[in-house]
Write a protein that binds this ligand. Structure first.
Ligand SMILES: [Zn+2]
Length: 433
């Protein structure tokens, strides 16, 4: 007899985006949904109550840097280039493995509290990230970020080699909840010769790639000056684009780049809040969708957002998508919620993002019994435009309850916060020395 968990007495957002009264029966050992239907609570070992609530797929944060929670509010109101060079890179140069352990746990608590069950992480000290994910009970696609500009040849090669080695080492960790990718930072921050050497190695290892694409005009100008082509074409020539690859941002992509991304099946993790805050620009999300590209949502690091509540990204994506398209019908509510759920799961290669038999049991139970969600004409509209991460009552990942009635079960939240405050203060002091 397997351990079972039932989510009872709620309404369920189906893959067709209907909202139906149903229970969800979960195989807690396998981490899979067994059945969605009426009256399934019967023999379940454990139940969670979803009265007056909506059971939706757990949100998927498809691009970020979890440890950057330690730099939340550290430097704001600058362009991407100034912000990176003047504030973020000097601070990151002082980061220790323990900072990553502490920062990733802080991020994990925030993700769980806002209904996110899977996330992507591009950072350093990946072993610490993996330990935090294991403890959190979340699902993640993690990797070591590679930058070769400003490094000598040996250091540059070591950095890329480490990204491949780390991806091979940790793939399948935490009972399969951790998957990996090789993560070169961006086409213009990694030398061509290193892509030529290591991209085939990543492909041989069977791990996906993830990188920042066309976040600002600078990304494009540098590749244009060096190679005389747009970055998407450059990346394609180097074998960087594939179905298991996903890119972050894609803000400044022209029509031919949109077509290439769609043709290669390379998903785009759209990060609307980060793009607005750094004034990077407006990604042509509706055009990407119309071309058949998979679009997911990401918060990016908490230093450019400044939180990890993906409900903000859903609303921002819908609103910014309309502005970018100059069309109020663009990126409608359902589309925005799909990007944060099945779009993210597709981008990261997880069988999540849908509440149906056989899928991963990754879900969020959203309390609809709130002033700002009254009255209710259309719950999908509320998810896109009115709900917040703090409306999430329960979070379940891989069939395990990570938060029950707003109580995070996997961490001592006060301890995580206290340690984060200490480490953030010490980090800032080192960076400013
Ligand atoms: Zn990023």
């Amino acid at each position: 007899m397997t351990d079972t968990l039932a989510v009872t007495d709620g309404r369920v957002l189906t893959p067709e985006f209907d909202v139906v009264r149903a229970d969800v029966l979960i195989d807690a050992d396998a981490g899979e949904i067994i059945e969605v239907g009426p009256d399934l609570a019967g023999d379940a070992e454990e139940t969670i109550d979803a009265t007056d609530s909506l059971v939706m797929p757990g949100l998927v944060n498809a691009h970020g840097h979890a440890t950057m929670t330690l730099l939340r509010g550290y430097a704001d109101d600058k362009t991407l280039e100034d912000w990176l060079q003047e504030d973020i890179w000097p601070a990151e140069a002082e980061l220790t493995a323990e900072d990553v352990a502490v920062g990733t746990r802080l991020a994990a608590v925030e993700l769980i509290r806002s209904g996110t069950t899977a996330f992507a992480d591009m950072y350093f000290h990946v072993g610490e990230v993996v330990d935090a994910v294991r403890e959190a009970g979340l699902r993640a696609r993690v990797g070591h970020g590679v930058v070769t500009v400003g490094k000598d040849e040996e250091a540059a090669r070591d950095d890329f080699a480490e990204s491949v080695a780390v991806a091979e080492e940790y793939d399948g960790a935490a009972d399969g909840r951790v998957r990996t990718a090789v993560m070169p930072h961006a086409p213009h921050t990694v030398g061509t010769e290193y892509f030529e050497e290591f991209v085939p190695r990543a492909r041989e290892a069977g791990v996906p790639l993830h990188f920042h694409l066309n976040e600002t005009e600078t990304y494009i100008d540098e590749i244009d000056a060096e190679a005389g082509v747009r970055p998407t074409e450059y990346a394609d020539d180097l074998g960087l684009l594939a179905e298991d690859t996903w890119v972050a941002h894609g803000v400044h992509v022209d029509a031919s780049e949109i077509e290439t991304l769609a043709e290669r099946g390379t998903a785009v993790a759209h990060c609307p809040a980060s793009n607005m805050k750094l004034a990077s620009g407006m990604a042509p999300v509706q055009e990407l969708l119309d071309a058949g590209a998979t679009v997911a949502l990401g918060t990016d690091g908490a230093a450019s957002n400044n939180d990890l509540d993906l409900f903000d990204e859903i609303r921002d994506a819908a609103m910014l998508g309309k502005l970018a398209a100059d069309d109020a019908a663009a990126v409608d509510a359902e589309t925005a919620v799909r990007m944060a759920t099945e779009g993210g799961a597709d981008a990261l290669g997880f069988d999540s993002g849908r509440i149906e038999a056989g899928a991963n049991a990754d879900l969020a139970v959203v309390d609809l019994d709130a002033v700002h969600l009254t009255p209710e004409h259309d719950p999908v509209s509320h998810l896109a435009y009115a709900a917040r991460g703090s409306d999430v009552r329960h979070t379940v990942c891989d069939g395990k309850v990570l938060m029950r009635d707003r109580d995070v079960l996997v961490f001592d939240e006060d301890d995580v916060r206290e340690r984060a405050q200490e480490h953030a203060e010490a980090l800032a002091a080192r960076a400013e020395e």
